[in-house]
Design a protein around this ligand. Structure first.
Ligand SMILES: *[C@@H]1O[C@H](CO)[C@@H](O)[C@H](O)[C@H]1NC(C)=O
Ligand SMILES: *[C@@H]1O[C@H](CO)[C@@H](O)[C@H](O)[C@H]1NC(C)=O
Ligand SMILES: *[C@@H]1O[C@H](CO)[C@@H](O)[C@H](O)[C@H]1NC(C)=O
Ligand SMILES: *[C@@H]1O[C@H](CO)[C@@H](O)[C@H](O)[C@H]1NC(C)=O
Ligand SMILES: *[C@@H]1O[C@H](CO)[C@@H](O)[C@H](O)[C@H]1NC(C)=O
Ligand SMILES: *[C@@H]1O[C@H](CO)[C@@H](O)[C@H](O)[C@H]1NC(C)=O
Ligand SMILES: *[C@@H]1O[C@H](CO)[C@@H](O)[C@H](O)[C@H]1NC(C)=O
Ligand SMILES: *[C@@H]1O[C@H](CO)[C@@H](O)[C@H](O)[C@H]1NC(C)=O
Ligand SMILES: *[C@@H]1O[C@H](CO)[C@@H](O)[C@H](O)[C@H]1NC(C)=O
Ligand SMILES: *[C@@H]1O[C@H](CO)[C@@H](O)[C@H](O)[C@H]1NC(C)=O
Ligand SMILES: *[C@@H]1O[C@H](CO)[C@@H](O)[C@H](O)[C@H]1NC(C)=O
Ligand SMILES: *[C@@H]1O[C@H](CO)[C@@H](O)[C@H](O)[C@H]1NC(C)=O
Length: 627
């Protein structure tokens, strides 16, 4: 989505064109400095051409000095979607930016490149930021200066009391958000923060920090110059008021600006991705000044988190504040995002072979997953990737609505089993998005993508996840089954190769709901009504990676995986596809032979499968679910 060109940047473009005509081409110039990567939350702006689907936008700013301090200025290098993947830059990195030298002026004209890309030749990371937002055993104390900005004759959008209340005192607060959603691993205490303001910033003028000088005009623009002016005036005012010692002694300092309603910013909020230097920056537009979830969304970016998507909507996960919160309150991060920042631990890491081992119930493939609000040990991690087969990594969790955790989980999502894809790692440089691929109620089934590696059972294949039962507010019991064939063709190996619940059943079961088999990438099989956002249709089923011949040398994973959705103009998806519904639990054809024999008695768990032999295949669907 393209922001409206403002008068200011049109003006800049015109003068730029004039100088470009006179300038030499094919000459480059470079600037070195510290990167600030910003991610915008476009809450109001859905792209009409993309069927009102949210598309995010990033900005990369450059501070041409060795470290980010209060005297550092920035200018915009580039803006657009998915810049972190495109340039692999993170906040706090030292970078070299190379431009086409389309102007020969050397004096005073650091260019504010408001029109992206054309002049940018490359961004090279010279030195990566020192990571420090991921929990590794020591409680992380977040500090902040929160400024209320007044400018251009526009009123402040909130007063200090209101902001203090929202951040630290209300029944649901930013402080509580941090403590509760991180299981106490991150604190955002009032004793570590100062709310300051209102700070009166001139509407236009020149802002300088001794290194760079910018003209800004907030009455018509909301670019990097205006943002820099707000930050500079606010920081100087706070220092003048005696807060300098606190500010200088506060690593991980979030500099939050609460802006007037009328500012010309196209986003609801803008936040640094990570807090890689000693500070990071957040802007909140006035209409959202008192929105707990917009403030938390931006602060989530400062933790290093990306968006939580569903389908083609980058913000389409309504179970995560990094997606879309449909009401104000606690909507904690999904288990993939929690994994990214080290807030949760896994019940198990499963691969293709261990999926069919006994779960924590003692039964093959069967797991009890506690609600995320009860424990940080809250997810199953399914990693089927090998050096030769790329497979989406999956996280299975159970979400409910607790009084201080997920208390605004939408009704049609609560007490359900969630399946998320998240390919990232708990690494500061990781900016993978989570993707919600299924929400399941009892008897709901998710069938993963399938990679045909038969008869190899140690890689590829797919997984079926069936919800056996749910105890609302407490836990869910799920049945996992790794399958190696879509339709069983080996009818006498004593294995249920396709996880249809029947060993050696080679007859395509008549009662099979085709959706279970035909669509390797299901968005949802929940028999409940669709969540409020129209579940975004898939443009086309993502291709399962073709199974390459096993190569002796492990193929390194691609640097940046294909970013999920958006080309600027994706084919408009069909309006509202019916969500496939599963009428009966899992299709259960009348067995031609008795169901797999070891029907484990309640008292004694089944024998553990031998590690050396392929484990017995699951009997996921051979028993009626507990009523
Ligand atoms: C910030 O600026 C003030 C004056 O504007 C200066 O005294 C102080 O040393 C600066 N701090 C840092 C970390 O640059
Ligand atoms: C750029 O430099 C060239 C010679 O180096 C000069 O002829 C030209 O006028 C200059 N253009 C501008 C806009 O200063
Ligand atoms: C390129 O830009 C530099 C300043 O960044 C300037 O010194 C030089 O003259 C420019 N060269 C040309 C050919 O425009
Ligand atoms: C802050 O704003 C609220 C709501 O407008 C108002 O009730 C309150 O009196 C204000 N507090 C101060 C200290 O101005
Ligand atoms: C959760 O947040 C509330 C404030 O909303 C706070 O009172 C409570 O102590 C927090 N709980 C935990 C476990 O941190
Ligand atoms: C603030 O943070 C510290 C740890 O950094 C924690 O022990 C304390 O309980 C927190 N809460 C308050 C209100 O200080
Ligand atoms: C700058 O803002 C002042 C009011 O704050 C206004 O009078 C003046 O015209 C503005 N200047 C420009 C160049 O827009
Ligand atoms: C997934 O498994 C592969 C192969 O075992 C391993 O190289 C990779 O690090 C794992 N990924 C994560 C996120 O743990
Ligand atoms: C995860 O990786 C797989 C395999 O490369 C890819 O098909 C899938 O789209 C990725 N998913 C996400 C959410 O990045
Ligand atoms: C978790 O949610 C359940 C269901 O609302 C609730 O009974 C329980 O008290 C919650 N526990 C915590 C620690 O939030
Ligand atoms: C996503 O995760 C993969 C695997 O860890 C990594 O190679 C890739 O760089 C990540 N992508 C982004 C945008 O961080
Ligand atoms: C599997 O069987 C279904 C019918 O049950 C059929 O539509 C599908 O094409 C078969 N798939 C393969 C790979 O044979």
């Amino acid at each position: 989505m393209k922001p409206q060109p403002t008068v200011a940047n049109m003006h800049l473009s015109i003068s730029f064109l004039l100088t470009a005509l006179l300038a030499f081409t094919n000459v480059v110039k470079a600037e070195t400095g510290i990167a600030e990567v910003m991610s915008a939350l476009y809450i109001d702006n859905r792209d009409l051409q993309c069927d009102r689907i949210h598309i995010g936008k990033d900005f990369i700013y450059l501070s041409p000095s060795e470290e980010i301090t209060n005297t550092t200025a920035w200018s915009q290098v580039v803006e657009g979607p998915d810049l972190t993947s495109k340039y692999n830059v993170r906040s706090g990195d030292r970078i070299r930016v190379t431009y086409k030298n389309t102007t020969n002026s050397t004096t005073g004209s650091r260019r504010l490149l408001l029109t992206p890309d054309e002049d940018l030749v490359s961004i090279d990371v010279l030195q990566t930021a020192v990571p420090h937002e991921i929990f590794t055993g020591t409680q992380i104390r977040v500090r902040s200066m929160i400024y209320i900005i007044k400018t251009c004759g526009w009123e402040a959008s909130a007063n200090v009391t209101q902001i203090q209340n929202m951040y630290f005192q209300a029944a649901n607060s930013i402080s509580g958000y941090h403590t509760n959603c991180t299981y106490g691993k991150v604190t955002f205490n009032s004793s570590d923060s100062i709310v300051f303001g209102p700070v009166e910033v001139p509407c236009n003028g020149t802002v300088s920090n001794g290194i760079l000088t910018y003209n800004f005009d907030a009455s018509i623009n909301c670019g990097s110059a205006e943002q820099f002016a707000w930050r500079t005036y606010a920081e100087n005012a706070a220092r003048a008021a005696g807060h300098g010692a606190f500010m200088d002694a506060a690593p991980r300092r979030r500099i939050v600006h609460i802006l007037p309603r009328e500012v010309k910013c196209p986003w609801a909020g803008l936040g640094s991705v990570g807090c890689g230097g000693s500070t990071c920056t957040v802007y909140i537009k006035g209409a959202y000044a008192l929105s707990l979830t917009v403030n938390m969304h931006e602060l989530g970016h400062t933790q290093g988190l990306s968006h939580a998507g569903r389908g083609y909507d980058e913000y389409g996960d309504y179970s995560d504040v990094m997606g879309t919160a449909s009401s104000e309150g606690y909507l904690c991060m999904n288990v993939g995002n929690q994994f990214r920042v080290g807030w949760n631990t896994m019940l198990a890491n499963l691969n293709t072979v261990t999926t069919n081992n006994p779960g924590n119930t003692g039964l093959v493939g069967r797991w009890v997953i506690p609600a995320t609000n009860l424990t940080e040990n809250n997810a199953l991690f399914l990693n089927y990737s090998t050096p030769t087969v790329r497979f989406p990594n999956m996280f299975v969790s159970f979400r409910t609505r607790g009084p201080l955790y997920d208390n605004v989980m939408p009704t049609n999502l609560m007490d359900q089993v969630f399946v998320h894809q998240f390919n990232g790692t708990a690494s500061e440089r990781d900016y993978n998005r989570t993707l919600l691929v299924a929400t399941l109620v009892t008897n709901g089934v998710y069938t993963s993508p399938f990679v045909d590696r038969y008869p190899d059972t140690t890689s590829g294949g797919g997984v079926k996840i069936r919800v056996v039962s749910i105890t609302p507010g407490v836990s869910a019991t799920v049945q996992l089954c790794h399958f190696t064939q879509l339709n069983e063709t080996t009818c006498n190996d004593g294995i249920d190769n396709d996880c249809d619940g029947i060993i050696d059943n080679c007859v395509p079961p008549a009662s099979v709901s085709p959706v279970v088999y035909s669509s390797p990438q299901l968005s949802s099989l929940s028999p409940t009504p669709t969540p409020p956002p129209p579940s975004p249709p898939l443009r086309s089923p993502p291709k399962s990676p073709p199974s390459p011949p096993p190569s002796p040398a492990p193929r390194p994973p691609p640097k940046s995986p294909p970013s999920p959705p958006p080309s600027p103009a994706p084919r408009p998806p069909p309006k509202s596809p019916p969500i496939p519904k599963l009428k009966s639990p899992l299709p259960r054809p009348s067995p031609r032979r008795p169901p797999p024999s070891p029907r484990p008695p309640k008292a004694s768990p089944p024998p553990r499968p031998s590690v050396r032999k392929p484990p017995p295949k699951s009997t996921a669907t051979s028993r009626p679910p507990p009523s």
